[in-house]
Design a protein. Sequence first.
Length: 296
Amino acid sequence: MNNTRAAAGILGAIVGGAVIAVAGSIESVALAGIPVFGLCVAGAYVAQWIGFAPALLFKTERHFDLVGSATFVAAICFAYASRDAFDARSLLITAMVTIWAARLGTFLFHRIRRDGFDRRFARLKTAAIPFLMTWTLQGLWISVTLSCALAAVTATHTAGLDWTTAVGTAIWGFGLAIEVAADRQKQRFRAAPENANTFIDTGLWAYCRHPNYLGEILLWTGMAVVALPALQGWSHMTLISPVFVWVLLVRISGVPMLEARADRKWGAEPAYQAYKARTPALVPSVTRLVRRGNAP
């Protein structure tokens, strides 16, 4: 990637963050006259730029995911601490974000420590502007993904716990369980020497080719359901969060990249072709679920 395209990506990420910051700040509580929502978005970008400095200096990506996850936790906890009074819905959302981010951050950090590198950064980490773009895009990812949760926690309007809390928490919990189970299954599969040069098609991976991404989309959808009653006016724009997660994972950086990599590695193998033909990319077939459930 050349510097011109990377600079455009940085500018686009900053503009995107500014738009979501304005939308979420209109109904936000303020600290010293500054909307807390806007402070959290600005802080998310600043945290990534601070993390970028040593990453560029040492040409490393090892703390990239850890900084991102820590920023989620710091932003949502700061937002909750800025409230004047106790609010059960805000506390629940804060706990949900913290649990998810702590789990994902530690999982990704241990993975990169084990592998020693992240292939996404093989070329980027040696070029300052493109590498800065990836860190700035992470600021955008954090801001938009967290936006509806952050808007609910910083909202001037509060809403008591109701049926949306139960439904949203159930969806979130189901999504988190899928994501955790899928990650652990793949981790165990990869740890076995006999699986070094093959693809996983067992466990949740027998039902869809990317169950971890399905879990991620479900949990942020559940988060949006929990947040919804606390949103008013322009803050409803932050409901773009689960849509953004879906687009990012299914259309941009998740499924397309992994599918292309798998096709290059196993595309000529009949077993992989059969697996891909019978297994949906993201949403499991109801018929297949029933069949496997009735299998002896």
